[in-house]
Structure formats: C-alpha cells, structure tokens
Write a protein that binds this ligand. Sequence first.
Ligand code: NCD
Length: 302
Amino acid sequence: MKPQLRSLLGISQLTTGQIEAILALARRMDLKRPPQLLRNRHVALLFYEASTRTRISFEFAAKALGATTTQVTPTSSSIEKGESLIDTGWTVANVGADAIVMRHPNSGAAYLLARYVHVPIVNAGDGMHQHPSQALLDALTITNHKKKLQGLRVVIVGDVYHSRVARSNAELLTRFGVDVVFCGPPDFVPEIAATLAPGVTACHDLNIALQGADVVMALRVQKERLVNKQLSVEEYIAEYQVTPLRMRLAKPDAILMHPGPVIRGMEVTSEVADGPQSCIHEQVRNGVKTRMAILATVLGAA
Ligand code: NCD
C-alpha cells in the first residue's frame, strides 16, 4: 500500500507511484463538472510572495472541488506587524484551515511550517528550492504531447541557479528517465547544477543544447540579475533567447514551455511564446487540474 501523502513539500519526498497517482487523478479532473471532493473543507492560501498563476489556480482548484478559501498576504495581516511564520501558521490552522498552501521567499519555509502545524502544507514555491505543483503540472503537459517521458530530451534554459521550477522539474523528470539539459550562461548554470540528479547535464551553448530537444522550457530571467554578471542584457538575448530560428534546432514536434510570468523579448520572442509549438496556455489550464489533484490527495479525499 502507498503511504498517504500528508504534505506536499518537494519532489524528492514523492515516490514515483505517488507522482503517477497525482497525474492520473489530474487527468481525470473535469473542469466543467468537478467532483465535490472537498465540500466543507477550508483551504488557506498563505502567500508571502507575489504570484498570479499559482495563487489563483490553487484558489480555483480548491473552490472547484467545493472547498472555501481564505487568502492571507503580508500587507493585510499581522505578518506586517512582525508575527513569525510559525505563529501565523498556527493561527491559520486554529481558525479552521484544513490545509495551508504556502509561498515564501525563503528556501525551506514550507518544511519548517510542516514541522509545527498540524494540517497538511502544500509548498507553492519556497525561495530557490522547490515548486512541486509546477513540476507536476509540467509533467502533465509533457505527457499530453509525448507518448512517454522515458528517453525525452528536455532543455531548461535561463536562470537555472535561482529557479525552484528548474530544480523541481529536473528532479521529477529524471526519475522517469528524461535527459534534462540545463542551459544558460555559467553564472546561471554553474557546473555543479549538473550534480542535482543523475540524468542532468549542463551546457552553456543553446544552439548545441537544443539539437534533438523534445521540450524547450524557458525560465524567467530578471534583468537585474544580469547586472555585474558576465553578460549584458543584449548579450543574454543574443546567446540564450529562444527565437523561431533556434526552435528549428529542436525536433520538429518539440514543444515550448514557460512557467510564467513571461518577459517577452527577454527569454523568448513573442513569435515563439504565441507560436504553434507553445504550450504556455495549456500549462496554466493543467495547473488547475493538477492542483485539484494535489489538494484532494493531501486532504485524503482522492
Ligand atoms: C515561477 C515561480 O514563482 O517560481 N512562476 C510560477 O509559479 N508559475 C517562476 C518565476 O517566477 O520565474
């Protein structure tokens, strides 16, 4: 029997069976007639960091399943007065939340909260560390387009170093036999990045990395992080922007992914983001289904 998943904190805690079970449940979620699995349950959304997609898709997911939701943000709560993470977590749990979905700028914050609070915690992104729901929705998107994960070549390009999306995706995909190539300038893709998991390699030349790629996943690049680094914004764009010409280096049926928010003209051109290979909108739709499956799972309602 599979152990019951209590909190979703990171990919490494999941068995491959648990990953497959969440993806299978997500595929079965009917957004038009969602099963009312979470009626009378309360989900708190504790977001210490800005978010559009992740926050509203967890909210839609919880409500679609019949739960009520409460948003807690620093500017409209006692967090602003200096209340600690754990005290805020205790308060949210004691007013009656059955689960807490949390985003926090510090790596490990979700793990810390899960140690102190008696309700399931879903990590919606902790610092540079993990973003498990994003990796799960990305796996769902890839498997909608490719027969199997085994043997695929997934190129993750951009600021890998700061990216919890890159880390969670690489951990999940390599578990299923995917070759993951991290690509970007050395400051964004240090050689040590390749030691994250067997099956990960690092490459600093996008034109080489893209050859034979089945999936091109671009990451957000913050211009201010290029300041004082080896590359200017213009040089980054010249060497690492995903353009229509570069997409042609990948397999003809390659898909383009991006977790959002997309900075158009920086990591990808609008032609690519809006082009026929782009799955960016589908990723957002799959995010709702995946988060429905995650919430139903941690709340024991799957
Ligand atoms: C990402 C995040 O916040 O980690 N976005 C998201 O959740 N879809 C990526 C990013 O902000 O660059």
